[in-house]
Write a protein that binds this ligand. Sequence first.
Ligand SMILES: *Cc1c(COP(=O)(O)O)cnc(C)c1O
Length: 421
Amino acid sequence: MSSSAASKLLTAPLSSVDPEIAGLIDREAARQEHEIELIASENTVSKAVLEAMGSVFTNKYSEGYAGKRYYGGNEVVDVMEQLAINRAKELFGAEHVNVQPLSGSPANLAVYMAVCKPGDKVLGLKLDHGGHLSHGHPVNFSGLNYNFAQYEVDEKTCRIDMDKVREIALRERPRMIIAGFSAYSRDIDWKAFKSIADEVGAVTFGDIAHIAGLIAGKQLENPVPIFDIVTTTTHKTLRGPRGAIIMTKGAFKKDIDRTVFPGIQGGPHDHINAAKAVCFKEALTTDFQDYAKQVILNAKTLAGELMSRGYRILTDGTDNHLMVVDLRSKDLAGKASEIALEKVGISCSRSTVPFDTKKALDPSGIRLGTPSLTTRGMGEAETKAVAGFIDAALMNASDDAKLASIRGQVAELCNKFPIYV
Ligand SMILES: *Cc1c(COP(=O)(O)O)cnc(C)c1O
């Protein structure tokens, strides 16, 4: 390629440079417009966030931190990263924030490495009881490198029993206690976790990846002032770019920063960090508080509608944006149900239920969440309609004609709530 050909490429549109990828982006955009997204960990970002992600900050290397970089030319990046930090501090009332973690799992890795030595005892919620892989699952770095004791939810109530957590903590004497989840729909008693940790001399680590937007939107209790260290992804309820941040008390600042860089990562993704700053600015508005409130209202509506149709929802409802449906109450299985819903244009994720007798590839439940449909403007009336579509699809899972007609109704609803047009 001659140098003039290379510089011509700089400004050619994607559709002419790479029609295949441009076409796939169009297809994915159409899929998102015409389908209802009920995957609890997904959301739909603003055009402003998309624009920041697609910015020239992607061209920059800035290993290090503001004022102490290992590359030149970082005077603009320094201002941008500090802005992201200041906004995150304001949003969560944090003493210190590191905005560089590339995603939730690497952020959690940094916390483990900063606080624990390999082999140290750590306490976390079991994966099939609502925890996350990085909270001690044996195939994950967490379970491989640290000595985990796991707490569970109660078999009857499906809620975390704090007396049990205390009992395990007193017995195991962990170095660190993790509170947080990917599939649990009730409030966490942060103060109770903190007091148990104090009793046994453990560091408290909160993982609010799923509920950060509901906390930022002032609808759920904020653990940041209570816990030593809190991580969150920025792409779930917080509605920002894919990435994560770590918030700490002052005492952990040095260890966390050093572990993120140079301990684990190289250069930060400056374009993503610029988009995180945009997301924090959006989340600081009262509009975002209204959004967070509506996410929960919609989730409560969806759970109520499904329960009234005879579906068992773990814990009999929800305090947040998500719920796990135990499909055994309807003699259905997770994988087939996920497929039936996909056929009508509703995305969800299959999920194990606590004490599940089936395997993770075809578990007994599905997890549903309302962050994304709420972002596109749907309220309780639409959520009720969605509950009807779900029930109709699951009850007619092998009737393709019926599924096609439900798909038409789903598309009609989506057309009333366009995303980016
Ligand atoms: C999603 C999630 C993560 C991991 O985030 P990734 O960005 O997918 O690595 C970590 N912890 C919890 C509780 C999560 O829900």
